[in-house]
Write a protein that binds this ligand. Structure first.
Ligand code: PAF
Length: 283
Protein backbone atom coordinates (compact mmCIF):
# COMPACT_ATOMS: atom_id res chain seq x y z
CA UNK A 1 0.00 0.00 0.00
CA UNK A 2 1.26 3.41 -0.96
CA UNK A 3 0.80 6.58 1.10
CA UNK A 4 0.61 9.76 -0.93
CA UNK A 5 0.77 13.17 0.69
CA UNK A 6 1.11 15.56 -2.23
CA UNK A 7 -2.01 16.44 -4.26
CA UNK A 8 0.00 16.66 -7.50
CA UNK A 9 1.43 13.19 -6.92
CA UNK A 10 -2.02 11.78 -6.14
CA UNK A 11 -3.41 13.17 -9.37
CA UNK A 12 -0.59 11.88 -11.55
CA UNK A 13 -0.82 8.42 -9.94
CA UNK A 14 -4.56 8.32 -10.62
CA UNK A 15 -4.23 9.51 -14.22
CA UNK A 16 -1.52 6.93 -14.81
CA UNK A 17 -3.72 4.11 -13.44
CA UNK A 18 -6.59 5.22 -15.66
CA UNK A 19 -4.26 5.29 -18.66
CA UNK A 20 -3.38 1.67 -17.85
CA UNK A 21 -7.06 0.74 -17.95
CA UNK A 22 -7.79 0.40 -14.23
CA UNK A 23 -11.14 1.33 -12.69
CA UNK A 24 -10.65 3.57 -9.68
CA UNK A 25 -12.82 3.82 -6.56
CA UNK A 26 -12.39 6.39 -3.83
CA UNK A 27 -13.59 6.35 -0.22
CA UNK A 28 -13.32 9.89 1.16
CA UNK A 29 -12.91 9.97 4.97
CA UNK A 30 -11.71 12.18 7.78
CA UNK A 31 -9.88 9.27 9.38
CA UNK A 32 -10.29 7.70 12.83
CA UNK A 33 -11.59 4.78 10.85
CA UNK A 34 -14.13 2.30 12.17
CA UNK A 35 -16.16 -0.66 10.93
CA UNK A 36 -18.42 1.67 8.93
CA UNK A 37 -15.44 2.91 6.92
CA UNK A 38 -14.21 -0.66 6.48
CA UNK A 39 -17.53 -1.64 4.95
CA UNK A 40 -17.21 1.28 2.49
CA UNK A 41 -13.71 0.09 1.55
CA UNK A 42 -15.08 -3.40 0.88
CA UNK A 43 -17.79 -1.97 -1.38
CA UNK A 44 -15.08 0.01 -3.21
CA UNK A 45 -12.96 -3.14 -3.54
CA UNK A 46 -15.81 -4.99 -5.21
CA UNK A 47 -16.36 -2.14 -7.66
CA UNK A 48 -12.84 -1.29 -8.83
CA UNK A 49 -9.36 -2.54 -9.59
CA UNK A 50 -7.75 0.25 -7.56
CA UNK A 51 -9.04 1.56 -4.23
CA UNK A 52 -8.03 4.93 -2.85
CA UNK A 53 -8.92 6.03 0.69
CA UNK A 54 -8.54 9.71 1.45
CA UNK A 55 -7.86 10.76 5.03
CA UNK A 56 -8.19 14.50 5.49
CA UNK A 57 -9.77 16.39 8.37
CA UNK A 58 -11.11 19.18 6.24
CA UNK A 59 -11.00 22.51 8.10
CA UNK A 60 -13.44 24.28 5.76
CA UNK A 61 -16.39 22.14 6.86
CA UNK A 62 -16.03 23.00 10.55
CA UNK A 63 -17.57 26.14 12.03
CA UNK A 64 -15.50 28.43 14.27
CA UNK A 65 -16.89 26.87 17.46
CA UNK A 66 -16.85 23.28 16.22
CA UNK A 67 -14.47 20.41 16.91
CA UNK A 68 -11.83 20.74 14.17
CA UNK A 69 -8.92 20.90 16.64
CA UNK A 70 -10.11 18.04 18.83
CA UNK A 71 -11.46 15.83 16.02
CA UNK A 72 -10.01 12.37 16.82
CA UNK A 73 -6.96 11.37 14.81
CA UNK A 74 -4.92 8.12 14.85
CA UNK A 75 -2.71 7.89 11.80
CA UNK A 76 -0.99 4.59 12.63
CA UNK A 77 -4.24 2.79 13.32
CA UNK A 78 -5.90 4.23 10.20
CA UNK A 79 -2.97 3.16 8.10
CA UNK A 80 -3.09 -0.39 9.49
CA UNK A 81 -6.84 -0.63 8.82
CA UNK A 82 -6.39 0.48 5.20
CA UNK A 83 -3.54 -1.97 4.75
CA UNK A 84 -5.66 -4.81 6.18
CA UNK A 85 -8.53 -3.91 3.82
CA UNK A 86 -6.25 -4.19 0.79
CA UNK A 87 -6.42 -0.49 -0.08
CA UNK A 88 -4.00 0.50 -2.85
CA UNK A 89 -3.38 4.12 -1.91
CA UNK A 90 -4.05 6.26 1.13
CA UNK A 91 -4.12 9.92 0.20
CA UNK A 92 -3.45 11.98 3.32
CA UNK A 93 -2.57 15.54 2.34
CA UNK A 94 -1.59 18.43 4.59
CA UNK A 95 -4.05 21.30 4.94
CA UNK A 96 -1.52 23.73 3.46
CA UNK A 97 -1.19 21.60 0.33
CA UNK A 98 -4.97 21.36 -0.14
CA UNK A 99 -5.82 25.03 0.35
CA UNK A 100 -3.73 27.91 -0.93
CA UNK A 101 -3.59 30.79 1.57
CA UNK A 102 -5.70 32.86 -0.84
CA UNK A 103 -8.09 30.01 -1.78
CA UNK A 104 -11.26 31.72 -3.00
CA UNK A 105 -13.37 29.30 -5.09
CA UNK A 106 -16.17 27.31 -3.44
CA UNK A 107 -18.80 24.80 -4.46
CA UNK A 108 -22.17 25.72 -3.02
CA UNK A 109 -25.30 23.61 -3.20
CA UNK A 110 -28.18 25.96 -2.57
CA UNK A 111 -31.31 23.86 -1.99
CA UNK A 112 -30.71 20.57 -0.25
CA UNK A 113 -28.23 22.17 2.14
CA UNK A 114 -30.64 24.80 3.50
CA UNK A 115 -32.38 22.69 6.16
CA UNK A 116 -31.53 19.94 8.66
CA UNK A 117 -27.80 20.10 9.55
CA UNK A 118 -27.28 22.94 7.07
CA UNK A 119 -29.53 25.22 9.10
CA UNK A 120 -27.39 24.75 12.21
CA UNK A 121 -23.94 24.46 10.61
CA UNK A 122 -23.62 27.43 8.25
CA UNK A 123 -20.94 26.83 5.64
CA UNK A 124 -20.60 23.14 6.52
CA UNK A 125 -21.91 21.73 3.25
CA UNK A 126 -20.06 24.36 1.24
CA UNK A 127 -16.86 23.02 2.83
CA UNK A 128 -17.91 19.41 2.19
CA UNK A 129 -18.86 19.97 -1.45
CA UNK A 130 -15.69 21.94 -2.11
CA UNK A 131 -13.34 19.39 -0.62
CA UNK A 132 -15.17 16.45 -2.20
CA UNK A 133 -14.90 18.05 -5.64
CA UNK A 134 -11.20 18.69 -5.02
CA UNK A 135 -10.72 15.08 -3.90
CA UNK A 136 -12.55 13.89 -7.02
CA UNK A 137 -10.20 15.92 -9.23
CA UNK A 138 -7.17 14.59 -7.38
CA UNK A 139 -8.17 10.93 -7.27
CA UNK A 140 -9.96 10.75 -10.65
CA UNK A 141 -12.41 8.04 -9.54
CA UNK A 142 -14.94 6.17 -11.65
CA UNK A 143 -16.78 5.29 -8.42
CA UNK A 144 -16.99 7.07 -5.06
CA UNK A 145 -18.42 5.41 -1.96
CA UNK A 146 -20.13 7.43 0.80
CA UNK A 147 -21.90 6.28 3.95
CA UNK A 148 -25.68 6.50 4.08
CA UNK A 149 -25.35 7.63 7.69
CA UNK A 150 -24.67 11.18 6.51
CA UNK A 151 -27.97 11.27 4.64
CA UNK A 152 -27.98 14.97 3.78
CA UNK A 153 -24.32 14.92 2.72
CA UNK A 154 -24.96 11.96 0.42
CA UNK A 155 -27.88 13.71 -1.26
CA UNK A 156 -25.89 16.93 -1.70
CA UNK A 157 -22.94 15.07 -3.25
CA UNK A 158 -25.29 13.29 -5.65
CA UNK A 159 -26.80 16.65 -6.59
CA UNK A 160 -23.32 18.10 -7.16
CA UNK A 161 -22.41 15.16 -9.41
CA UNK A 162 -25.63 15.61 -11.37
CA UNK A 163 -25.53 19.39 -11.65
CA UNK A 164 -21.82 19.64 -12.47
CA UNK A 165 -21.90 16.64 -14.87
CA UNK A 166 -19.17 14.72 -13.06
CA UNK A 167 -18.51 11.32 -14.67
CA UNK A 168 -18.52 9.55 -11.31
CA UNK A 169 -20.90 6.94 -9.92
CA UNK A 170 -21.85 7.65 -6.31
CA UNK A 171 -22.35 4.40 -4.41
CA UNK A 172 -24.03 4.52 -0.98
CA UNK A 173 -22.83 2.25 1.82
CA UNK A 174 -25.37 1.14 4.47
CA UNK A 175 -24.98 2.54 7.99
CA UNK A 176 -23.07 0.16 10.24
CA UNK A 177 -24.37 0.03 13.81
CA UNK A 178 -23.02 -1.07 17.17
CA UNK A 179 -24.84 -4.07 18.71
CA UNK A 180 -27.12 -1.67 20.63
CA UNK A 181 -28.03 0.21 17.44
CA UNK A 182 -25.81 3.31 17.75
CA UNK A 183 -24.65 4.33 14.27
CA UNK A 184 -20.88 4.10 14.04
CA UNK A 185 -19.19 7.49 13.90
CA UNK A 186 -15.71 8.75 14.70
CA UNK A 187 -17.36 11.25 17.06
CA UNK A 188 -18.71 8.43 19.27
CA UNK A 189 -15.20 8.47 20.79
CA UNK A 190 -16.13 11.72 22.58
CA UNK A 191 -18.95 10.10 24.59
CA UNK A 192 -18.56 9.42 28.31
CA UNK A 193 -19.67 5.91 29.41
CA UNK A 194 -23.05 7.27 30.53
CA UNK A 195 -23.54 9.27 27.33
CA UNK A 196 -22.53 6.24 25.30
CA UNK A 197 -25.20 4.16 27.05
CA UNK A 198 -27.85 6.81 26.38
CA UNK A 199 -26.73 7.23 22.76
CA UNK A 200 -28.40 3.91 21.93
CA UNK A 201 -31.67 5.79 22.55
CA UNK A 202 -31.43 7.49 19.15
CA UNK A 203 -31.85 4.20 17.33
CA UNK A 204 -34.55 3.06 19.76
CA UNK A 205 -36.45 6.28 19.02
CA UNK A 206 -36.12 5.76 15.28
CA UNK A 207 -37.29 2.18 15.61
CA UNK A 208 -40.32 3.37 17.57
CA UNK A 209 -41.12 5.70 14.66
CA UNK A 210 -40.72 2.83 12.20
CA UNK A 211 -43.20 0.82 14.25
CA UNK A 212 -45.76 3.67 14.33
CA UNK A 213 -45.32 4.17 10.60
CA UNK A 214 -45.89 0.45 10.03
CA UNK A 215 -49.13 0.79 12.05
CA UNK A 216 -50.29 3.48 9.61
CA UNK A 217 -49.25 6.77 11.23
CA UNK A 218 -48.39 9.31 8.51
CA UNK A 219 -48.56 12.69 10.30
CA UNK A 220 -45.23 14.44 10.83
CA UNK A 221 -46.27 15.89 14.21
CA UNK A 222 -47.19 12.46 15.58
CA UNK A 223 -44.05 10.77 14.25
CA UNK A 224 -41.82 13.54 15.62
CA UNK A 225 -43.59 13.39 18.99
CA UNK A 226 -42.86 9.64 19.09
CA UNK A 227 -39.15 10.39 18.72
CA UNK A 228 -39.27 13.05 21.46
CA UNK A 229 -41.05 10.76 23.90
CA UNK A 230 -38.82 7.79 23.20
CA UNK A 231 -35.70 9.93 23.52
CA UNK A 232 -36.93 11.39 26.82
CA UNK A 233 -37.40 7.84 28.09
CA UNK A 234 -34.20 6.20 26.85
CA UNK A 235 -31.77 9.12 26.63
CA UNK A 236 -32.94 11.68 29.21
CA UNK A 237 -29.78 13.81 28.87
CA UNK A 238 -30.12 14.12 25.09
CA UNK A 239 -30.86 17.65 23.89
CA UNK A 240 -32.38 17.55 20.40
CA UNK A 241 -31.11 20.17 17.97
CA UNK A 242 -33.69 19.13 15.41
CA UNK A 243 -36.07 16.27 14.72
CA UNK A 244 -37.63 16.71 11.29
CA UNK A 245 -39.65 14.88 8.70
CA UNK A 246 -38.69 15.88 5.16
CA UNK A 247 -39.24 14.64 1.63
CA UNK A 248 -36.46 12.15 0.93
CA UNK A 249 -35.59 13.74 -2.40
CA UNK A 250 -36.09 17.48 -1.93
CA UNK A 251 -35.35 17.54 1.82
CA UNK A 252 -38.25 20.01 2.18
CA UNK A 253 -40.28 19.63 5.40
CA UNK A 254 -43.56 17.75 5.00
CA UNK A 255 -46.61 17.57 7.25
CA UNK A 256 -47.77 14.17 6.12
CA UNK A 257 -46.25 11.20 4.31
CA UNK A 258 -48.26 10.52 1.18
CA UNK A 259 -46.93 8.66 -1.86
CA UNK A 260 -43.20 9.48 -1.66
CA UNK A 261 -40.47 8.28 0.69
CA UNK A 262 -39.75 10.56 3.63
CA UNK A 263 -36.66 11.03 5.75
CA UNK A 264 -37.01 11.36 9.49
CA UNK A 265 -33.72 12.91 10.55
CA UNK A 266 -32.44 14.07 13.90
CA UNK A 267 -29.43 15.70 15.50
CA UNK A 268 -29.03 15.59 19.26
CA UNK A 269 -26.43 16.69 21.73
CA UNK A 270 -25.28 14.34 24.44
CA UNK A 271 -23.09 16.61 26.53
CA UNK A 272 -20.95 18.41 23.96
CA UNK A 273 -21.15 15.59 21.41
CA UNK A 274 -23.47 16.09 18.47
CA UNK A 275 -24.90 12.86 17.02
CA UNK A 276 -27.01 12.47 13.90
CA UNK A 277 -29.15 9.60 12.66
CA UNK A 278 -32.15 9.07 10.42
CA UNK A 279 -34.59 6.60 9.01
CA UNK A 280 -36.25 6.46 5.59
CA UNK A 281 -40.00 5.83 5.69
CA UNK A 282 -41.27 4.49 2.37
CA UNK A 283 -45.03 4.24 1.82
O1 PAF B 1 -18.10 12.29 5.65
C1 PAF B 1 -16.95 12.70 5.84
O2 PAF B 1 -16.12 12.05 6.50
C2 PAF B 1 -16.55 14.05 5.27
O3 PAF B 1 -17.60 14.95 5.30
C3 PAF B 1 -15.95 13.94 3.84
C4 PAF B 1 -16.98 13.42 2.86
C5 PAF B 1 -14.76 13.01 3.86
C6 PAF B 1 -15.50 15.32 3.37
O4 PAF B 1 -14.52 15.85 4.20
Amino acid sequence: MEVIRLPSKMQSWALDQRAHGFTLAVVPTMGYLHEGHRSLMRIARRRAGRVIVTIFVNPTQFGPNEDFERYPRDWERDRAICEAEGVDVVFAPDVGDMYAPDHSVWVEETRLSRGLCGAYRPGHFRGVATVVLKLFHLTQPHVAVFGEKDAQQLRIIRRMVRDLNLPIEIVPGPTVREPDGLAMSSRNAYLSPDERRQAAGLWKALQAVQARFAQGERRAAALIETVRMELARTAPSAVPQYIELVDDETLEPIEQIRDRPALLALAVFLGTTRLIDHIVLSP
